[in-house]
Design a protein around this ligand. Sequence first.
Ligand SMILES: *[C@@H]1O[C@H](CO)[C@@H](O)[C@H](O)[C@H]1NC(C)=O
Length: 229
Amino acid sequence: MARPRSSLLHLLAAAVALLAVAASASVAPTCERIECPAYEVVDSANGFEIRRYTDAVWVSTAPIEDISFVAATRTGFLQLFNYIQGKNAYNATIEMTAPVLTRVSPSDGPFCASSFAVSFYVPAANQADPPPAEGLRVDRWPGATHAAVRRFGGFVADADVGQQAARLDASLKGTRWADAVSRGSGPGQAAASYIVAQYNSPFEFAGRVNEIWMLFDDDVSSNLRSAVL
Ligand SMILES: *[C@@H]1O[C@H](CO)[C@@H](O)[C@H](O)[C@H]1NC(C)=O
């Protein structure tokens, strides 16, 4: 009786295919409802994805010193939420976007505060002239900005961020991206810093999408591009 066995195999194959889809970082569901920065996937492998963002514009808080990622993100989020609700030089309301970024610049000592800067993506409608606001600044990522990305689920806790960043780092080891990513130096980024991207509001409990981003200058693909031109 080969039949039950083969349908079991089909079922297994379908399950494996589903898992593969879940593991490859498709566009976050939030981005089907609200505006997110566009990107191209340059490469993907077990545990990471390499993306190219083009001309992304962000509005960012000043660095927030805190011992807690979660607390610092809440502080920064409130400033930016007020900003999009009209607390800006033009009294303009701005559409909510995703993801919310928190740039983490770890401290050296175990008991020192780290530095966090929180950013909202500026929607296309406001990118030409984002309203200025006291204490906030506009960051324009120049041209193509590359990010090594690791996705994870759930509510982000303080203990998660360093661990997820270390996993991303480990997954890049031995790949052609490892050197460029460890040199870091994405726009305004110190080598040891990384970004946590969160796509969901605190009121969404299911299917939460978060990512670690490590920005880097991609010499490999810019060399390839200039070789082609
Ligand atoms: C913004 O609102 C404040 C308070 O209502 C007002 O004084 C100011 O003139 C407004 N600015 C603009 C650019 O509309």
